[in-house]
Design a protein around this ligand. Structure first.
Ligand code: 3Y8
Ligand code: NAP
Length: 241
């Protein structure tokens, strides 16, 4: 009896949940519980951490999980490495559904940086209007560059912020027209983004290109080796293999 654990939180994970529901296979969609009201899913949902590798191992045993699919965001590196460790230890098959990173094209003005701290360092210099489109978890680091006027886009209304900023509360996926208008309205001069890949967050990259704006592009963290595919059908054939 197939019992799937789908580590979600992305557009691709949502598409996969639809395919699993349609297939009639038994699956659980897992959220970390980062947002106040995560999207509903067509399969059973669980919300919250497992309690590290050991907690995930206990969950795999208790729920008799036969397949784990890691469809988390490329920056959810802790979850992805915990999944590799727990599935290896428990002998449970694991597959990752990854989306390709964005690559710069004609007209793109990207500065590649390795991580959040390097993105902060890249903002050295005189006051600018910065669209900080990396969510809430790493905003604090940018207090080191207080000279800028920041525009933040967050999933939920923040209770407190480490520095004064303009805040837009919005949950993607986003579109180019909306992001272009947002950036023009704010007078954005530089965009800071994670190389998330996929379609849900790419609008601001296309808007920056259209507006001729530079982008500080944060490269993805390195993940441990695991089986990786790049499409929902590829995951479904692995499940039915
Ligand atoms: C809780 C689930 C869908 C899936 C929507 C994708 C697309 C829109 C783009 C910008 C960038 C950012 C952020 C972003 C995107 C999709 C996808 C994606 C970026 C939800 C969701 C959860 C989260 C967590 C949240 C993080 C934050 C990151 C906002 C749901 C909506 C910036 C990443 O407030 C917080 O603590 C938010 C935390 C992790 C990054 C951060 O460090 O703050 N995502 N995002 C998941 C969970 O609990 O397990 O609430 O319904 C999912 C989506 N976010 O089609 O509905 O697939 O990537 N999410 C980044 O890419 O830089 C927004 O504003 O342009
Ligand atoms: P992370 O830093 O890799 O994980 C930190 C801890 O959060 C994990 O060790 C685990 O806690 C818990 N966790 C993470 N994802 C989980 C999931 N899907 N189900 C259950 N527990 C989970 O993760 P993150 O970057 O904060 O991302 C959290 C969620 O937001 C993920 O679902 C991810 O797909 C989604 N998301 C993240 C980003 C981003 O920019 N990071 C963007 C879009 C969506 P325990 O150790 O207690 O098990």
């Amino acid at each position: 009896m197939t019992r799937i654990l789908l580590l979600g939180g992305t557009t691709e994970a949502n598409l996969l949940a639809q395919a699993i529901a349609k297939s009639g296979l038994s699956g659980v969609y897992s959220y970390a519980g980062r947002t106040e009201a995560p999207m509903g899913q067509p399969i059973h949902m669980r919300v919250g951490g497992f309690g590290g590798v050991e907690g995930l191992r206990a969950y795999l045993q208790a729920e008799a999980i036969t397949h784990v699919i890691d469809a988390t965001h490329p920056f959810a590196a802790q979850m992805s490495s915990n999944a590799v460790a727990a599935c290896t230890a428990e002998g449970v098959p694991l597959i990752a559904l990854e989306r390709a990173p964005w690559t710069p094209g004609e007209g793109d003005r990207w500065t590649h940086v390795a991580d959040i701290d390097a993105a902060v360092a890249a903002l050295d210099g005189p006051t600018q209007r910065v669209f900080l489109a990396i969510g809430r978890q790493h905003i604090d680091a940018f207090a080191a560059q207080p000279q800028h006027r920041y525009l933040l886009r967050l999933v939920d209304q923040p209770t407190a912020l480490p520095f004064p900023a303009d805040v837009v509360v919005a949950r993607g996926p986003f579109d180019v027209a909306g992001d272009t208008a947002l950036m023009q309205g704010h007078g954005t001069q530089v965009v800071v983004a994670k190389n998330a890949g996929g379609k849900g967050a790419v609008a601001k990259i296309a808007a920056a290109r259209a507006l001729g704006l530079p982008v500080v592009m944060i490269d993805r963290p390195v993940l441990p080796p695991r089986r990786v595919v790049h499409s929902v059908p590829a995951v479904m054939s692995w499940l039915n293999g």
